[in-house]
Design a protein around this ligand. Sequence first.
Ligand code: 5B6
Length: 526
Amino acid sequence: MSRPLDEQVFADRVLNDWLDGMGLGIEYTRAEGNTLYFTDGDGQEVAVLDHVCGFGALIFGHHDPEIVEHAKSVLDRQIPVFAQLSRQSHAQDLAAMLNAILRREVPDTGPGYAAIFANSGAEAIEICMKHAELERQARVAKLVQEVDAHIEAARQALREGRATVGEDPQVRPEQSGDGLDPGEALIAEVERRNAALLARGPVYLALEHAFHGKLVASVQLTRNPVWRVPFASLGPSTVFLPPDRPEAMKAAVEGVRESLWDVVLDDGVVNAVARDYPVIGAFFVEPVQGANGMRPLTEASARAIRAVCDEVGCPLVVDEIHSGMGRTGAFFASSHMGLRGDYYTLAKSLGGGIAKNSVALFHRDRFRPEFEVIHSSTFAKDGFSGALARKVLDMLEAEGGRAYARAAERGDRLREVLESVRAEFPDVVDAVEGIGLMLGLEFTDQSQASSDPIGEPARAGTLGYVIAGYVLREHRIRVLPVGPAGNSVRFEPSVHLTDEDIARTGAALRDVCAILRHQEGHRLVR
Ligand code: 5B6
C-alpha cells in the first residue's frame, strides 16, 4: 500500500524520502572547517568529517574565520551589495587578480582575459556558449559576405557572356531541366545548400563523461543521459569525444565539420568550391573530470584538444568550476597539463563558502566588447560576493601560495591512504583517481554480488549512496558517490583536513572493503 502523502510537505518530499532510504537524511545544524554537526536524539552535537565540502566549493572549509570576519565587516561598513549599472571597481580588482594568476600559471596569455561575472557554474558555462555564438556568427557573417560577393561577380560574368560553367562544378542541381541556364542553376543550388546550412545552430564539442551544469543549454554539454536527454529538444546539439583516443577524437571532429559552398570565377570559368564553415561553437573541457571518478586529462589529451580547437578555429573553454581555485595544488588544474584555454570558467570556492559567485574569462584577442552590454544578470557582480571573492584570492595567494602547497600536500597524504586501501583490497577496489584535494576511489562492479543488499543497489546504480549512508552512520564521515553512477566515492575536502581525518577515512574505507570482500551486505543496511 502506498504511503499517504503528507499534504503539508511542500519541499523535498521525494528527495528527503530517498535520502532517508539511503541513510543520508540528516539535518546538519552547524558547520566549521572540515566538520558538519548534527544533533542526535539525546540533544548531543555529533561531529561528521565532511569529504563533500559543498561539492568542492569549500577550499577553506565551512565558515573560515577570516572569510566570516571579512563578510561581517563588508556588511558592517554598508558596502553597497547591489548598485547595478554603476562603476563597480571590485569587478576590475578581481579580474586583475585573476589575470595576474593566469600570467603566472598559463603561458602565452597575451593581452589577458576579460571577465564577465555570474551567479552559478552553469550560468558561467552558458555565458561562454553565448559568447562563442557571437564569435561564430561574426565568422559566419564574414564568410557569407565573401561568398555573396563572389556569387554576384560570377552571376554578372555569366550574364555578360564572359564566363561559362566549368565541366565539373562539384555542385550539381538536384532538379535539372527547370528552365534555368547552367550558370543560374549552379548558383541556385549553391544558395539552396548554403541557406540550409545557415539555418542550423552550432554544434558544441565536449568529452565523454563531461559535466558542465544542468541549465537548459549547459545540460546538453553534460554527458549523463538521465540529466540531458529529456531536455534535448530545448538545447543545442553536442558531440561527445573520447579524451584518451586522440585519433578517434580527430576523426569524430572531421565528421562534424561542414562546408559552405562558394562560387569562384577563374579565367572565365565558374566553379563551386567548398569552404570551411564554422559550425562548431566551442569545445568545453574539464581538466579533471568530476563525473568520471575525478580523472585528470593526460598531457597528450590536452595537446590533442588544443590542436582540435586550433584546427577548427573554435574557442577552447576550460571549465575550472570544480577543479580551479587551488584544489589541485595550482590555481588552475589545467596548468598541470599545460592546457591553455581561450575561455575559462570558475565558480564554487570563488564564493568563499558563503556567497554564490562565478566568472567566465575570455582571451582579449577573441573578446567581443559588446558582450558586456548585451549580457546581464540582476544578481551578478554584486558587492558582497565580489568582496568575498577578493578575500579568497588573497588567501590563496598569501605567503607565496601556501594554500596551493597545502592542498597538494594534504591531497598526497589522502591519496597515499586511498592507495594503501586499494593495495590491501585489490579484489574490491578498482582504482584511485584524481589530483590534490580532488580524489575518487572506484569500487569493482558489484552487480553480480552474492549478497543481495550489495547486488541490488549495485544493479540499481545506488550502491555508492548505500555505502555513503553506512560510512556516515558507522564512522561519522560524509562522502558521496559520483553522480547517479554507483561505484565511486569522491573526496573533495578543504585544506583543513588533518592527519587524524585522513587516518579515520582509511579505517572507514577498509571497513567498507571488508564488507564487500566478505559479501556481508546485511551490515550496510540497518
Ligand atoms: O554551480 P553549478 O552547479 O551550476 O555548476 C555547474 C558545473 C559544475 C561542475 O563541476 C563543472 C565542472 N561545471 C559546471 C558543478 N558540479 C556539480 C556536480 N553535481 C553532481 C555531479 C557532478 O559530477 C557534478 C551531482 N550529482 C548528483 C546529484 C547532484 C549533483
